[in-house]
Design a protein around this ligand. Structure first.
Ligand SMILES: C=Cc1ccc(O)cc1
Length: 182
């Protein structure tokens, strides 16, 4: 089965959404890559913005279809950051709100890592530094890539982001026909 960037794909059911891999850019210029790993788990890489370079696997999340083709995703992170995303993939857009604790705004570099290997550090920082005032970032984003990677595919988000990675993915140079890393 050949997998590729298909921006014309139409979404109807929750199952259409699960297993989909997206790349999008927020109107403030922040670039994100995000994968609906299964009905309660997400993986992502951050390519641009305040915490560019951060990447996360197996983040538990709430994922629901609000009405046909419109999906709501929400989670809270070990850093204390909360995220709510509303995907409208049939219009190649989403609206995301990120609620950053004060400490992430003050020390974003602490969160720029493969978080799975530094959970203790995130929990330590959220206790040590201030939560308030929170930085709320509500933005629309434009989807520039979407492909069916299949659910529970651990190769979708499996290495650190690098400059040019999203171009490589969009150009079909990153995954093989089984959506494994080349
Ligand atoms: C903080 C994580 C995060 C992941 C995806 C997204 O679109 C916004 C925030």
């Amino acid at each position: 089965m050949t997998q590729h960037n298909d921006l014309t794909r139409k979404f109807k059911t929750l199952d259409d959404f699960l297993g989909t891999h997206f790349i999008y850019t927020y109107d403030n210029g922040w670039g994100y890559e995000w994968y609906a790993k299964n009905d309660h788990t997400v993986d992502y890489r951050i390519h641009g913005g305040m915490v560019a370079g951060r990447w996360v696997k197996d983040q538990p999340a709430h994922i629901n279809m609000l009405t046909e083709g419109i999906y709501k995703v929400a989670w809270t992170e070990p850093t204390g950051t909360d995220v709510a995303l509303d995907f409208v993939p049939n219009e190649l857009k989403l609206n995301g709100t990120i609620f950053f604790p004060n400490w992430v705004e003050e020390h974003p570099e602490i969160t720029v890592c493969f978080q799975n290997e530094h959970i203790d550090l995130m929990e330590e920082a959220r206790e040590k530094y201030a939560t308030y005032p929170k930085l709320v970032v509500p933005e629309f984003a434009t989807i520039t890539y979407m492909a069916k990677a299949g659910q529970d595919n651990d190769e979708v988000i499996a290495k650190a982001p690098y400059a040019g990675m999203t171009d490589d993915i969009r150009e079909g140079k990153f995954y093989d026909e089984n959506y494994l890393q080349l």
